[in-house]
Design a protein around this ligand. Structure first.
Ligand code: MSP
Length: 526
């Protein structure tokens, strides 16, 4: 039994429609997950849905449905969204599933027994939209609560509070001595700034059933349900528990036999990376580590924070119609063009800006770059050598080896965009090698047949290596490259990117465009 590389996304609110932000987060997480597969590790990628809370309850009531019925219907849409994105996720968590609920109850019981909760009557400002009490720290400079909180009401309520304040100094010390825990650095500084300049209050962790019934009942007080964030964050350990992770099960006093899918082989926790957006940083870098510390479980190794997408320089908003429908884009351009665009356009960290022109232009880069290279290499091998590869030649060996080393380094460090820069350099190099060596001219002279064979060896071998390097990013395209090259198996191991993999005498297949040219005239007419 050995620990798998365990990576997660945030879980999406079930009542929203899948949008570009969700798609982006899932794709970058998938690229990291596949990079680790390619590095030869066993990987467990988890994504899924956050299904409890006031908003879901309200939407269900409006439609005259039970909350569970409403969630079940929407879950199908979200699962097929994950499929369209070609994610290699190992499981799909739903917070209404029985194993998740069981683990949340176990967490609450453990924390109650070890004295981490107390009951208190509280009156204050409450954001209905974010389902939380607000403090003065949440006010704008003019004293008001900003639009992110929606309608804010005054509320008096008795609830269970989780003693969070006591852990403030411990968390500061932890983040300071573990610089990789929150990345990029400016997000780490943001968390440290918050922790050093504010007194951390305790966390209201329950909601009275009378006000909100759509939640996980408190195991030791049936009059309350669990605060939705307490419930949602626990997904990161509930799925490991459900798969039989001993560390989590023993830590929470749970019996593996209570879980249908539990297997002895699965060791997941602690997570290697939680990938999240910048708006939910505090939940992941403050609340979650403190919850885990109180439970006696190890902390995740990293919280990796990405930025927000805008469209045409403006906030994405359904109300103004400034949106991008990822499914529409995928239907029109294909999933790999979509995956390529979002990763190439936006590094993990800053905010990004979607433009349709930018998308079309990156599509053309794909068609003219890797598309053209594979097409020309195979067409010429078929035309001049009846598809048969000559003995190995090393013209492009050095540049290819450099690229493999560079890209591997970038992938190990989650520098996904930089990895694509390296790969694109090799694509350009190989395309200019074609122009420079001009095999299409040499082929007219029978005396140059040997040289043509050498050149085509280099091109086919580079195309093969590019197929391997691109696999984490655009797995479907990589698989097509391997297929057209006539190579068996999947390009899913970086260990395959060693020069000389294609042997003399190998037969390549026929080319077919990887990124067919778009009739832009037609598009303009639309
Ligand atoms: N349910 C909570 C997360 C619970 S995790 C234990 C939630 N859901 S969400 O549906 O609102 O957001 C899911 C993810 O999408 C978050 O990481 C969020 O940052 C991300 N994005 C939402 N809009 C986004 C953009 N416009 N751009 C990029 N990512 C964005 O929060």
């Amino acid at each position: 039994m050995s620990k798998r590389y365990y990576i997660t996304t945030a879980i999406d609110y079930v009542n929203g429609a899948p949008h570009i932000g969700h798609a982006y987060e899932k794709v970058i997480t998938d690229v990291i997950a596949r990079a680790h597969v390619s590095l030869g590790e066993e990987v467990f990628y988890l994504t899924g849905l956050d299904e409890h809370g006031q908003k879901v309850q309200n939407s269900a009531v409006e439609l005259g449905k039970s909350a569970q019925e409403y969630c079940d219907e929407l879950a199908g849409t979200w699962k097929s969204f994950a499929e369209r994105l070609n994610l290699a996720n190992a499981d799909f968590v739903r917070t209404t599933s029985p194993p998740h609920k069981k683990v949340v109850r176990a967490v609450l019981e453990k924390l109650e027994k070890s004295g981490h909760f107390y009951r208190e009557k509280y009156s204050g400002s409450y954001s209905i939209k974010q389902e939380q009490f607000l403090t003065d720290q949440d006010r704008e400079e003019d004293g008001s609560f900003g639009p992110q909180w929606g309608e804010v009401i005054e509320l008096e309520e008795e609830n269970y509070n989780f003693k969070m304040g006591a852990h403030q100094q411990w968390l500061i010390d932890y983040i300071e001595s573990n610089p990789d825990f929150v990345q990029p650095d400016y997000r780490r500084n943001e968390v440290l700034g918050f922790l050093k300049n504010n007194e951390l209050g305790d966390l209201c962790s329950s909601r009275p059933k009378g006000r909100l019934s759509w939640g996980i009942p408190f195991p030791f007080d049936p009059e309350y349900v669990t605060y939705v964030w307490f419930d949602a964050l626990t997904n990161y350990i509930s799925i490991p528990a459900a798969h039989g992770d001993r560390g989590v099960l023993e830590g929470l006093g749970l019996n593996p036999e209570e879980f249908e899918n539990a297997s002895d082989e699965t060791e997941l926790w602690p997570a290697d990376v939680h990938v999240i957006g910048k708006d939910i940083l505090r939940f992941h870098a403050v609340y979650w580590p403190i919850m885990l510390k109180a439970m006696g479980l190890p902390l995740p190794k990293q919280v990796l924070v990405h930025g927000f997408w805008q469209k045409d320089g403006e906030k994405i908003s359904k109300a103004t119609g400034n949106t991008i429908d990822p499914i529409e884009v995928i239907d029109e351009w294909g999933i790999d063009a979509f995956r390529y665009y979002v990763v190439r356009e936006l590094d993990i960290g800053p905010d990004g800006n979607w433009t349709d022109e930018g998308f079309a232009s990156r599509y053309n880069n794909l068609a003219n770059g890797i598309g053209n290279l594979v097409n020309r290499s195979l067409a010429m091998t078929n035309r001049y050598r009846e598809g048969v590869i000559a003995e190995p030649n090393d013209d492009l060996r050095e540049v290819s080896e450099q690229t493999v080393a560079e890209t591997t380094g970038h992938l190990r460090n989650n520098r996904l965009q930089a990895g694509l820069y390296s790969i694109n350099k090799l694509i350009d190099e190989a395309n200019s090698y074609i122009d420079r060596t001009a095999p299409f001219k040499l082929a007219k002279d029978p005396g140059e047949a040997g040289r043509v064979g050498e050149i085509l060896y280099n091109l086919v071998e580079v195309a093969r290596i590019l197929g391997v390097l691109l696999w984490p990013y655009v797995p479907g395209t990589s698989e097509k490259i391997y297929e057209q090259l006539g190579i068996e198996g999947a390009p899913d191991r970086l260990a395959l990117a060693v020069w000389g993999g294609v042997k003399g005498g190998h037969h390549v297949g026929k080319p077919s465009p990887l990124f067919p040219r778009k009739d832009l005239g037609d598009k303009a007419k639309k």
